[in-house]
Write a protein that binds this ligand. Structure first.
Ligand code: OKP
Ligand code: ZN
Length: 349
């Protein structure tokens, strides 16, 4: 399997996220990706390539994200430091948001207000290298998708961070800035796949991906996740969200209670696979979160490391050109084994 990694990922290394009234150390750390790289090397799995500059990236970004959001992200760090030179030593975290009844159409001049306009939580610190890391991450996903779309590769793994599935067309949050999986799906569409399925197996609902494709009939979005009544991101991910307009019927949410073990989770995966078949997808994108692991510090499912081999094998039963995009997984020491188990299960099926 082709593995494309993001050489700039470590430029994004948040210090603290807001959690229940205090700032706590970030869970989404550069070491996560390093553990996956180390495990790939230890097992001699996959052919590793670094993402390389690509003139087509901006056009692809503009297909998924709003121009004013991209402009905001690109300039965010400089604007943050311009607010106060002392900010150079701090991560930017939002503290005010335009909820119901406020205006989102007028972009404020005040940077702190813009930070809130384009985000939905205070857990996603932005620093000097965030844009560069996120942009190269998007490039990583795009290149993995293009290699698969061209038929050169039957599957590829975009090994990148920061993750992407919580990022919407014009907002960041949940450790995500650019939606890598959505960009991969769009690149597959533009590379000739008429219908693309996105099957999100991260513990958290892929709200950004869902919202990006909610009214589109050419991309089926599916997410298996902790029930949003109790689990982050809380405000989206219920079973009655089925898509809208032309996209009616093209979104499937499979929420499961906190504490769910592998057997029940696998039933949900089989339901998801049945839906991908019924959709007659030409290609598959898998936002690959490993935070369904029993040892994950911020999640509540109970999958063991060996289960991931079977997850990979089930996904391979679809026999579709497939792009995996690295998402969550915060049991840092085990995330490499769990990720590579999925890939190995997929390839040896
Ligand atoms: C990103 B991805 C934990 C609070 C939750 C946000 C979780 C984002 C998960 N102390 N913070 O889906 O893995
Ligand atoms: Zn997650």
């Amino acid at each position: 399997m082709l593995v494309i990694h993001n050489p700039d990922h470590a430029r994004h290394a948040g210090r603290q996220e807001m959690f229940r009234g205090r700032l706590v150390p970030c869970h989404e750390v550069p070491a996560r990706l390093d553990h996956v790289l180390a495990e790939l090397q230890r097992r001699r799995f996959g052919r590793l390539e670094a993402a390389a500059p690509d003139a087509g990236l901006d056009a692809l970004l503009a297909r998924i994200h709003a121009p004013r959001y991209l402009r905001f992200l690109e300039r965010a760090w400089d604007d943050w430091v311009a607010l106060d030179p002392a900010n150079a030593a701090l991560d930017a975290l939002p503290s005010v948001w335009p909820v119901r009844g406020f205006r989102a159409d007028v972009e404020p001049d005040n940077f702190a207000a813009r930070l809130g306009l384009y985000s939905f939580d205070a857990g996603t610190p932005l620093m000097a290298g965030s844009w560069r890391a996120a942009r190269s991450g998007a490039l990583t996903a795009a290149q993995a998708a293009r290699a698969v779309a061209s038929g050169k590769e039957s599957s590829a793994f975009a090994l990148t961070r920061p993750p992407g599935h919580h990022a919407g067309a014009d907002f960041f949050g949940g450790y995500c800035f650019l939606n890598n999986a959505a960009l991969a799906a769009q690149a597959l569409r533009e590379g000739g796949a008429a219908r693309v399925a996105v099957l999100d197996v991260d513990y958290h609902h892929g709200n950004g991906t869902q919202s990006i494709f909610y009214e589109r009939a050419d991309v089926l979005t599916i997410s298996i996740h902790g029930d949003p009544r109790t689990e982050y991101p809380f405000y989206l991910g219920h079973a009655d969200e089925r898509g809208a307009g032309a996209g009616e019927g093209c979104n499937l949410n499979l929420p499961l209670p906190r504490g769910t073990g592998f057997e029940r989770w696998l039933e949900a995966l089989d339901a998801a696979i049945t839906a991908v078949r019924a959709f007659r997808a030409d290609a598959l994108v898998v936002p690959l979160g490993l935070d369904t692991f029993e040892g994950d510090p911020i999640s509540g499912f109970r999958l063991k490391s060996a289960a991931y081999l079977r997850v990979g094998a089930r996904l391979a039963s679809l026999a579709l050109p497939t792009v995996f995009c690295f998402e969550g997984g915060y049991a840092v020491a085990e995330v490499g084994v769990n990720a590579v188990n999925v890939l190995e299960g997929f390839e040896s099926a």
